[in-house]
Design a protein around this ligand. Structure first.
Ligand code: PEP
Ligand code: MN
Length: 375
């Protein structure tokens, strides 16, 4: 055998040994991570890494310099941390593929995440019984899957703005829904009001401002009630997933995610509608994902193309704000469609609207638009 062949064989052998040792080291790293996980400790320990590097370079035996040995071991430390992260991510509840029951998550009698997309529609805020009744009657006449939305506890940026009718608003919402046979979603702002809100609605909304409220997430995780978890306006996909993890790991697996736009430098729309988040989240988790185009855009003229984009991207539903008289609305009047424009929008999207809402202007048969049937 030529000396070169022989030397290469020996290198191959050493490579195998390094690989075996690296694999053995990886297994130990995972064991340490599991042990630390049980005790609530972080996997990353920079001082321990520094001590190991000092030890490894204190007694150099071969041709490599200390800096090179440090380089190699820093790489080993980094990939070890990645290994822990991969295992941690794979073990999350939110990654399970069997989270949604066959047919979807039931909100009242409305399945979300089933074969048909769901329209979450209604005014920004509950204002009067008459206002809610007009919207309720209109939505009840629609043949597609509809959930009535309206806020009773409102998270307003300005404390001088309308804060919602609170308990009275909840009663009006429930009364409207009961009379028209509609399922409801409304926002819960804090742990203190959670019991009363939960009593009056089929689904609890955690709003963008509360996505990071871990105590509220834990509190809803203990309830047997579906949760609509909106994305915070500064939240990464990973942070949003981990917020959902709070709810799932606490025992409540009925979570629907809602992309509602994120804050960027662009002022043309109220937020920047992150349409990519929809297929992204659907790849990361099996939970249903809907798009709140009203709050994402903050303007009416872009609702149709962006709703189409959301559905084409795989959204399981849309949230659209509608109000009988948007000009007189106590919140978000500028972005709410009146009932006639709302009817037109949903008709253009392919949902059909019955006689009660529009005097029969729209065909009773569902249309097929935007590549998806929405009946
Ligand atoms: C809402 O849906 O009423 C609302 C306040 O939305 P967001 O939390 O997305 O701002
Ligand atoms: Mn609103």
């Amino acid at each position: 055998m030529s000396p070169l062949r022989d030397l290469r064989d020996r290198i191959d052998e050493v490579n195998e040994q390094i690989l075996d040792l690296l694999s053995a080291r990886g297994e130990i790293v995972l064991e340490i991570a599991r042990d630390k996980g049980v005790r609530g400790l972080d996997g990353y320990d920079p001082s321990r890494e520094e001590r190991m590097l000092a030890e490894l370079t204190s007694d150099l035996r071969g041709p490599f310099a200390a800096a090179q040995i440090r380089d190699v071991f820093r790489t080993i430390f980094r990939i070890s941390l990645e290994l822990q992260d991969v295992e941690h991510q794979a073990g999350l509840h939110v990654r399970r593929r069997d989270l949604v029951p066959e047919g979807g998550i039931l909100v009242g009698a409305v399945p979300v995440g089933g074969p048909e997309p769901v329209l979450f529609a209604g005014p920004c805020s509950v204002e009067t019984p008459e206002q809610m009744d007009a919207v309720g009657a209109y939505l009840a006449a629609m043949p597609g899957l509809v959930v009535l939305r309206a806020g009773a506890f409102k998270p307003r940026t300005n404390p001088a703005s309308f804060q919602g009718l609170r308990e009275k608003g909840l009663r009006i919402l429930k009364d409207t829904a009961d009379r028209h046979g509609l399922a409801t979603v409304t926002e819960v702002l804090d742990v203190a009001t959670l019991p009363i809100v939960a009593e009056h609605t089929d689904m609890l909304q955690i709003g963008a401002r509360n996505m990071y409220n871990t105590e509220l997430l834990k509190a809803v995780s203990r309830l047997d009630k579906p949760v609509l978890l909106k994305r915070g306006f500064m939240a990464t996909i990973q942070e949003w997933l981990l917020s959902a993890e709070y709810i799932l790991s606490g025992g409540n697996e009925s979570v629907v995610l809602c992309e509602r736009g994120i804050r960027t430098f662009e002022p043309s729309t109220r937020n920047t509608f992150d349409v990519a988040a929809i297929p992204l989240m659907k790849g990361e988790t099996s939970l249903p994902v809907i798009a709140d185009v009203s709050h994402a855009l903050g303007r009416k003229d872009l609702l149709l193309p962006c709703s189409r984009a959301a559905l084409a991207a795989g959204a399981d539903g849309l949230m659209i704000e509608t109000h009988p008289t948007p000009d007189q609305a106590l919140s978000d009047g500028f972005q709410q469609l009146d009932l006639s424009d709302f009817g037109e929008l949903v008709q253009q999207l392919g949902w059909s609207v019955g006689d009660a809402g529009t005097g029969g202007r729209f065909p009773a048969e569902p249309l097929v638009r935007a590549g998806r049937k929405l009946s």
